[in-house]
Design a protein around this ligand. Sequence first.
Ligand code: ADP
Ligand code: MG
Length: 677
Amino acid sequence: MQIKLDTNIQFLKGVGPKMSVKLEKLGVETVRDLIFYFPRGYNDYTQITKIRDLVSMEYEARSMEGKTIRAKIVNIKNKRTSRRRFTITEAVVADETGSIKVVWFNQPYLEKMLKAGREIILNGKVRRSSYSSELQLESPNRAEKSKIVPVYPETLGISSYYISKLQKAVSSQLGDVREYIPDVILKNNQLLPIQEAIKQLHEPENSEKLEKARQRMAFDELFLFSLQKQLLKKDILIRSSPKIEIDEDFLKKFAKSLPFKLTGAQKKAAWSIIKDLNSDKPMNRLLNGDVGSGKTVVAAMAAALVVKSGLRVALMAPTEILTLQHYETLKRILPSFSISVGLVSGSKKELVDAEVVVGTHALISGKTIQKNLGLVIIDEQHRFGVQQREKLLQTKTSRRPHFLSMTATPIPRTMSLVVFADLDVSVIDEMPRNRKKTITKVIAGDSRRSAYNFIQKEIGKGHQAFVICPLIEEQERASGKLEIFEEDRKAVLHEYKKLNEEIFPDAKIAMLHGKMKSGEKEKVMADFRAKKFDILVSTSVVEVGVDIPEATIMMIENADRFGLAQLHQFRGRVGRSDLQSYCLLFSSSMSENARKRLGYMENIHSGFELAEKDLKLRGPGVLYGYKQSGFWDFQFANLSDKIMIEKATEAAKTIAYEIEKYPLILKKISDRSKHLE
Ligand code: ADP
Ligand code: MG
């Protein structure tokens, strides 16, 4: 049969029904999918290192990608290990500068295949043998020719080699792939045409061309993602919303009634929101501020203004406890302006037809809520789906409520340009002045005892402590790959037992982890808040945004395993009152890198600055919690590449404006979202 782009891969030679099921799990159903299934990395057999230099690089090499040598086999033979389960193939290879030992495990056929005298290219890492402390090249990859070899993800029993072969088999269909990005955009941004880019990704000619190909794909990812957001924004802007009058006297009275002065950043954010509300176009704004920066009061001010103009407000939060917290805060502020506050959660309902209703996702099913809504506020919006948001924004009339989203995850500016391209962003980057900095210390293993003594003292004063441990369960990553966490990670259960029985036998200790039901989790948090416990041992599930004023200690095990932004989030759980708080970072890995990263925590107290560092050091995946926004899917784009982000965003804007003219791009976007579902 004739192979086309839409042909199902089961009709390809070498793909049986069994393999096609596996490939389907990778999202590869058609020839087109296969062509767009790109390598995760490359083994570069073109940059040849001399053996002499390789040996002197030993220490440096440890943390780096493997190195490539071109050498002749001097001798090679198989050995059995004493336990007989293993075969080790040992060889000595040499080039004109020196020689080195090479070992492979459980590949006995190599002895016959690689005879003495033969020249081969090897790529691997140099290590010191644990037996003889000799330098050796361990399990290197082999190549016949000096070239760049793509490496596809090895998963579900599909080898990289197999995918490579399939790619070769469909390479003649590449000519059918149509360019979807307009010529001008390609030219302005010096991008490779799509066919050329794909060809280079699967079979790179050299590293320069490969880099160009990656650039093209990075641009595509940013462009399409951004465009999708722009289109959402465009859809919203054609709707109309109630124009809220600015009542300056009222706003003054409101600000005066607060027990503190608003910070400059709060004022600026509030003003942007008020201006948005004062338009018949829907507001679509994100309020982004560190934990404790005072977002709630800004939201309350907006809510009050909307109510004053005769409309209602809904505020939705992701958990019961956060909902109750908002409810209590608003009840302290709003009733003095004769604004009623109601509550809708799974377990409690009060005044459901109040002017401001706070609730969990139970709000969405509440029938009376949507009536006469002028403003919808969603806290930690990324914890909800887009559908949930839209449901809350749905009204019987043609008018759409204004929308304000809030998040405490500090998102660097460059990244927010892409990820939140559909929103206008207000940043609260200034903390209320009365706030004490949380003293942060990295604790080496031998100081553990004195750290525990310190915690004991704090508990003695009636203060509370968090102990965070990394998860000890399999966690499914967005890529579909399972990462089994290493054994040395502190298990919550184990740690709980140890603290409870040995370290703090007199303290009341509770435990929190992801395997608990959400009702149980919330009960533990509520009890901790009510001071029924002194110490809470938890995985990273501990709530963002929960206020426990008397918690003064945040202790984190294996701190180097977390991203800086996440560590900062944990740290934000303490220091929420005028008590001096402490963040103790335990780490057994004291690699240069871990030391440097944790050192930042000691000195930097701005979440935005830390997030920026994280983005550079570890990529966007560690800015946790944004899985749903889809950028975990970025394979090529670098979210700290400011210039490319700006270019792609700019290009997306011009296209969004007249999207009807670009059916191929629209198709690309809809394929993409189908894939994300
Ligand atoms: P978040 O941004 O994390 O939601 P909150 O709105 O919960 O922060 O505010 C944290 C605490 O700071 C609250 O107790 C609030 O009353 C207080 N607060 C807010 N703004 C100010 C300010 N300008 N000065 C002093 N305290 C403030
Ligand atoms: Mg908050």
